[in-house]
Design a binder for this molecule. Sequence first.
Ligand SMILES: [Zn+2]
Length: 147
Amino acid sequence: MDDKYPNQPNTSSNGLARAGTGVGRALLRRCPFCGAKHIFENWFTLKKQCPGCGSVFEPEDGYMLGSYVVNLGLTAVIGVLFAVSVVFGTDLSVIAVQIAAVVLVVGLPLFLYGYSQLFWICIDLVFNSTQKFDPAQAAGRAHHHHA
Ligand SMILES: [Zn+2]
């Protein structure tokens, strides 16, 4: 890893430990590898590399497609919880429930998108070490890909 980055990524050899630590950091919108803050360009867009440890957040083309699946799954789960709580717990009018549902269905994926990308990385960390996200490794793969 490059010397210009102050942090070391989590090198634990235990996949579940790497992922668990990563999820805790992801919930705070911090780097899953080292816990650094300010890893987003804006609400939706991750920086290319972590300013703390230099890890590459998208180590290969199309890598973040999986985050859409995570996002859909989270939206579905929260949507079902919302539906159940409406059915059993409120006396809102039908129109109010419909408005709330639309806001939820449109707003949730937008709200969750950044988290979904970080959670997707955490799922990957169960199986792959942080080596995969090392910029030198990622550059090597890209080079071979285009050669
Ligand atoms: Zn980091």
